[in-house]
Write a new protein. Structure first.
Length: 235
């Protein structure tokens, strides 16, 4: 900020002493770059995971499946190891992030976990034809990570997997392939799942077990396109 210009304005009585002092005070105060850094970190994680997907797609024949799976697994394990090392442990109450990078490393670890499990199923068919397990396993791990590390973003990912698992459990594969989601079983499942999420929100608040998670559960229930959350994720 150009202080001499404001001094000249003060001399010409175009601004008051109080206004000039406020300008000086704001000029000397540090400028927060918190949102700039957090935005860059989120974009960096998205670029990293997206770049990893492009790398796999472009070089699947030359790199080899084993090398790709090993790379994803190593990055995932390293990210979770960082989180466990720096975590303050579980608490029923809201926990502040122990480090600046903690939330973003955890988000990266969970995205890599989903990529790893999806890749194993797509390439090696480790779960056979039981596609429900493809969403059930990461769902359990994501719920654990969300509660243990206290992360709302990971909680949203876990609820997404819960909805996908419910869809796989009740809907025959031929219905899914035909993109027909008017089946009564899907509708009833969505209603039960919504009621379950509201119940979780109530229990969280009543028992003070991660009470701040209640808003996320309620938002998922109230989302206008909620019935579509029973659609499975394509790998």
């Amino acid at each position: 900020m150009d202080i001499p210009v404001f001094k000249k304005l003060l001399e010409e009585e175009l601004i008051s002493e109080t206004e000039f002092e406020n300008i000086q005070r704001h000029n000397e105060a540090p400028v927060s770059v918190y949102w700039d850094l957090t935005t860059l970190l989120y974009v960096g994680i998205l670029l990293l995971t997206g770049g990893l997907g492009i790398l796999v797609y472009k070089n699947i024949d030359s790199i080899g499946h084993t090398a790709i799976v090993t790379l994803i697994a190593c990055l995932c394990i390293a990210s979770f190891a960082y989180c466990f090392k720096n975590s303050r442990g579980y608490s029923n109450h809201k926990m502040e992030s122990p480090t600046v990078l903690f939330d973003y490393v955890l988000l990266l670890a969970c995205l890599l976990l989903l990529t790893f499990i999806g890749y194993l199923q797509f390439e090696y068919n480790v779960f056979g034809n039981d596609w429900g397990m493809v969403t059930f396993v990461p769902m359990v791990l994501l719920f654990f990570a969300a509660y243990y590390f206290d992360h709302l973003g990971v909680l949203s990912m876990a609820i997404t997997n819960l909805a996908a698992w419910a869809g796989f459990t009740v809907a025959p594969m031929n219905i899914l392939r035909e993109n027909d989601f008017t089946d009564e079983k899907l509708i009833y499942t969505a209603l039960i799942l919504g009621a379950g999420l509201l119940a979780l929100a109530f229990v969280s608040t009543k028992r003070q077990i991660k009470a701040h998670f209640a808003t996320t559960y309620k938002l998922w229930y109230a989302y206008p396109a909620y019935f579509n959350t029973c659609r499975p994720v394509s790998f």
